[in-house]
Ligand binder design. Structure first.
Ligand SMILES: [Fe+2]
Ligand SMILES: [Fe+2]
Length: 285
């Protein structure tokens, strides 16, 4: 049996509107706990501005442990369309060493799956889409892992095809989940919705565990800033939500996947028991 592994799952820092107190605390936690790896599941910035990327780069490259970063929809240039279409990850140049990086630890691997596309045939481009090429690339990496090594897949958008408002969240998300279920992955780690969750999602090929991290920005939905602490002992994967206020994990997690990160305003939308819903909507730009 391999030694227990400790992973920190951070998401949606949104440099430009980051929460400084929370980030300073996470930095101290990483320094003192020394996790085996840190996975950051997208939305590093607010609007992919150069100064936001510069701040993200400084913070991420200061971390003293292996890091993998997924791009998020906020990290693709929104206004410079030639750049968005032809070089969507252009502004990740300084992150080449960590972006979409596979990290292999003894018995456990973090494998990236990109859910961002520069454009898609629907009005809301902030939503996710799993392209055939991105899924094939992820599955090839999962299939190539040594015998006995388990995989945690890192994505930005939760792989949920139908949201709580009946809108399509991540196109081809169901197909991706089915393929991952066939491969018995340990779980899929995501961001984007700014509230944490830990949900077993059924597929025709068996269940897949979907693990969502909250935000470390000021753009809160129904929970204060948080990150996920994952412990893998070779048999059980324990997911604990960490907050500055030491709130219980069960009080922090939502029980369904909302369509986006906007605070819940309609009855029936998932709200974490802690109920930390801001009175006014946070800025989106
Ligand atoms: Fe976000
Ligand atoms: Fe996002």
């Amino acid at each position: 049996m391999t030694a227990p592994k400790l992973l920190f799952h951070l998401s949606d820092i949104h440099f430009g509107l980051e929460d400084n107190e929370a980030l300073d605390w996470v930095e101290r936690e990483i320094a003192s706990r020394q996790p085996d790896a840190v996975a950051i599941t997208g939305d590093l910035t607010m609007r992919a501005r150069h100064h936001e990327f510069a701040a993200a780069e400084k913070w991420i490259h200061s971390l003293p442990v292996p890091v993998t970063v997924e791009p998020g929809n906020h990290d693709l240039p929104a206004y410079y369309l030639p750049e968005r279409y032809f070089r969507p990850l252009n502004r990740f140049e300084a992150f080449r060493d960590v972006v979409e990086r596979r990290i292999e630890l003894p018995g456990l691997a973090l494998v990236p799956l990109n859910t961002n596309v520069p454009a898609q045939p629907r009005l809301n481009w902030s939503k996710g889409r799993v392209t055939k090429a991105a899924l094939a690339d992820c599955l090839r990496q999962v299939d190539a892992l040594p015998d006995g090594m388990r995989a945690l897949v890192t994505v930005h958008h939760p792989l949920r095809e139908t949201g709580t408002r009946g809108t399509a969240l991540t196109r081809n998300g169901s197909l991706a989940l089915e393929e991952l279920a066939k491969r018995n992955v340990l779980g899929v780690m995501s961001g984007h919705v700014h509230d944490p969750f830990d949900i077993m999602e059924d597929t025709p090929h068996g269940p897949v565990r979907m693990i969502g991290a909250g935000t470390l920005s000021q753009r809160i939905r129904s929970t204060p800033p948080s990150f996920n602490e994952l412990t893998w002992d070779g048999e059980e994967l324990d997911v604990r939500v960490r907050t500055l206020g030491d709130i219980d994990t069960a009080d922090m997690q939502i029980d369904d996947v909302p369509p986006d990160a906007m605070p819940p305003r309609e009855p029936g939308e998932p709200v974490a028991p802690v109920g930390n819903v801001p009175r006014t909507d946070p800025p989106v730009h």
